[in-house]
Design a protein around this ligand. Structure first.
Ligand SMILES: *Cc1c(COP(=O)(O)O)cnc(C)c1O
Length: 415
């Protein structure tokens, strides 16, 4: 089917909740996607940090097919070896604790809000402090937690119990603690907010403050976690080499996106100390931790470990970041800043780029459109940032190709 026909189907039958780009995709291989028209695109967005092993990975496809033939699902009324093994693997990557499985990021965060409310319940504490510019998902509680007005507009009254303060500002958190405060929730690196990493001082200060005030420190690692920074969790990367950095640990962590490589799975980890707060009957979901999802996630972890992808993300990511910083130095009239760690890279465009002045649409979208025309997929964040969130197994030649397309496009904008 041609793109125009597909688009017509969407116009006629699909709920119009998204501003979609004018593209339809049909198949993929590694970091490449082919459109309905048969045009090849280099994919450095992977959904939004989802297709962690790229597209059409043969081993992953085999693992999914094999498990589908064996058993797709049994209810959480029963046990499966796969769910148990995946929980063990995640605990070994984080720290002693327990894992709950669900199907998406917003749902994983919802579990964290419930955990926090249970924690504070007897003392009447329920308020969760989150950061401005954060993103925590599109459910009713998710938009209440998110520190961006645009996701809340028209959906009031908001779920009560969320307070937003500036990111990377420990004093702002301290000043907003009330007798009702029960937890702090942050992203290690804000994704939708434009790729802004927490500072080491902020993380260590937060841990100390939460301990002093008996608050849960909760991490939304849905975008920045799962080896995206070259370590399993972004805080491990941010705190590397920092005195006492290796002792840092949140009380709970939500995950999703890269976890299933495109197969829906999410989950949250809770530190051992709090692992019994959500006891039998307190939380659940029909599809969470189904055999097929867990087999998929286990295969992804196996491949990441076997192929040394954490180190690959780190070295290739550092190299890409260095190249982009050179580009920024060369073209400051187009690139205002380059930020990120590993394969989570944000490029902030300069204000008032003349070539963008003819259109109402934000610079981030116009930039992504230009890159699409040049055969590259990236992801906008806010009005002036575009993101690279490539597959963890991105090939060097694809990194070179992506940089070349970005360089050419930036050069055109500078002319
Ligand atoms: C994507 C994202 C979510 C929401 O995940 P969904 O799977 O879309 O519900 C929450 N938090 C962060 C940081 C995200 O990037």
């Amino acid at each position: 089917m041609q793109h125009s026909e597909i688009k017509q189907l969407f116009d006629d039958y699909v709920a119009p909740t998204y501003g979609r780009f004018d593209l339809s995709f049909e198949r993929g291989e590694g970091s490449q996607l082919w459109s309905a028209e048969g045009r090849r695109y280099l994919d450095l967005g992977t959904g939004i940090a989802v297709a962690s092993l790229g597209h059409g990975h043969p081993e992953l496809a085999d693992a999914i097919a094999e498990q589908a033939r064996r058993m797709i699902h049994v209810s959480n009324l029963y046990h499966t070896e796969l769910q148990g093994r995946l929980a063990k693997a995640l605990v070994e990557l984080i720290a002693p604790g327990k894992v709950f499985f669900c199907n998406s990021g917003a749902e994983a965060n919802d579990g964290l809000y419930k955990l926090a409310r249970r924690f504070g319940h007897e003392e009447g504490r329920f308020e969760i402090i989150t950061a401005k510019n954060s993103f925590h998902g599109r459910t009713l509680a998710g938009i209440a937690a998110t520190g961006q007005e645009k996701v809340k507009a028209g959906f009031g009254p908001a779920v009560p119990g969320f307070v937003h303060v500036p990111f990377n500002d420990l004093e702002a958190i301290r000043n907003s603690i009330s007798p009702a405060t029960v937890a702090v929730l942050i992203e290690g690196i804000q994704g939708e907010g434009g790729i802004t990493a927490a500072t080491p001082e902020y993380l260590l200060g937060l841990r100390k403050l939460c301990d002093e005030k008996n608050l849960l420190l909760m991490f939304d690692a849905i975008q920045c976690g799962y080896f995206r920074t070259g370590r399993f969790m972004s805080y491990q990367r941010i705190l590397e080499g920092v005195p006492r950095g290796e002792t840092f640990l949140p009380d709970a962590i939500s995950m999703a996106k890269s976890m299933g490589g495109g197969f829906p799975i999410g989950g949250f980890w809770v530190a051992e100390k709090y692992a019994r707060l959500l006891g039998p009957g307190s939380h659940g979901t029909t599809f969470g931790g189904t055999a097929l999802a867990c087999a998929t996630a286990l295969k992804i972890l196996e491949i990441i470990h076997r192929d040394g992808l954490a180190d690959h993300v780190r070295s290739t990511g550092d190299w890409i970041l260095g190249e982009l910083k050179k580009l920024q130095t060369e073209y400051p009239s187009v690139i205002f800043a380059v930020r990120g760690k590993g394969f989570m890279i944000g490029i902030e465009l300069a204000e008032n780029i003349p070539a963008f002045s003819g259109s109402e649409s934000p610079a981030s979208i116009q930039m992504c459109n230009r890159l699409h025309n040049a055969g590259l997929l990236t992801i906008p964040a806010g009005t002036r940032v575009f993101r690279l969130l490539p597959a963890l197994n991105l090939k060097q030649e694809n990194a070179v190709e992506g940089l070349q397309i970005i360089t050419n496009t930036v050069r055109e904008l500078a002319d």
